[in-house]
Design a protein around this ligand. Sequence first.
Ligand code: ADP
Ligand code: MG
Length: 275
Amino acid sequence: TVIPITDLEKLNVLGHGNGGTVYKVQHKRTSEIYALKLVHGDSEPTVRRQVFREMEILRRTDSPHIVRCDGIYEMPSGDIAILMEYMDLGTLDTLLQRNGTFTESALADVARQVLSGLSYLHSHKIIHRDIKPSNLLVNNKMEVKISDFGVSKIMCRTLDACNSYVGTCAYMSPERFDPDAYGGNYNGYAGDIWSLGLTLFELYVGHFPFLPPGQRPDWATLMCAICFADPPSLPETASEEFRSFVECCLQKESSKRWTVAQLLSHPFVCKDPCL
Ligand code: ADP
Ligand code: MG
C-alpha cells in the first residue's frame, strides 16, 4: 500500500543536503512519523541524478541496517521525493556533537551494525562511497542504519544492461558485466572500509583523524595528509582490539585492507568465540 503524498503533513526540517531537504512528516490518518527527502524539480541535473540513484538503490535494498524506504514519488511538477523510516536520534554526527565522544563498547556496537549493512550492500554489488558519521542514522533502540546513497555505485548491471541493450549484449566484455570480478574496479568495496575506519576513529577521539582538533578542513591539506602521511593510529587509551580493528580498516593499500567478512570476525566486534 502506497501512501499518497497528500496524506503527509510536514512538521519540520531534519536536515539540508546538497540540493535536497529532509523533512519530518506525519501521516495524517495513522499519525505515523516518517522522514521525507524532497528535491525540487528546478534543481540541478547532478542533484536530480543523485536522487534517482538513491531511489534505485533504496528500492532494491532490504536490510535491518539500511534505512527503510516506504515510498517514492515523482510529481508532475518535477519534484522528486523519497519517504523513509524516521530515525529519531538523528545521525552519529549529531550524537557526537550532543553527547561527546563514544565509548569503545558503543563503537563496537556501531561497527557491528555498519558492517552488517555493508555486508548486505557489498554482496549485492553496491558500493556506498560516502560512509561518514552524518550518513549513519540512529533510533532510540540504538539501531544504526546506513543512509544517503546519492553517490553510491552499483557494480553489476548485467540484467539491466541485457534488458536495455538486447542487441549488443552478447559482445560486451566480461568487465562490463562484472567489473568487480574482472579487475575493472577492484578497490571499490575497500573504500567503504577505509571510511568506516575513519568514522570510528572520529567518534572515539571527537575530531576528524587527519586534522588537529578545531582545524578547518581545507581540501589540499587534507588530500596531502591522506595520501602522504601514515594512516592515523588511535591513542594509547584505546584497547588493543580496537586499535587493531581500526588499523585493519586504515591500511593505505586497499588490497591489504580487510574485507567486511574478515572484519565481522575480528575480536573487536566478535567478543564471543567467532565461527
Ligand atoms: P544529503 O545527501 O543531502 O547529505 P542525507 O540523506 O544525508 O542527504 O540527509 C541529510 C540530513 O537529513 C541527514 O544528515 C540527517 O540529519 C537528516 N535525515 C536524513 N534522513 C533521515 C531519516 N530517515 N530520519 C531522520 N533524519 C534524517
Ligand atoms: Mg548526507
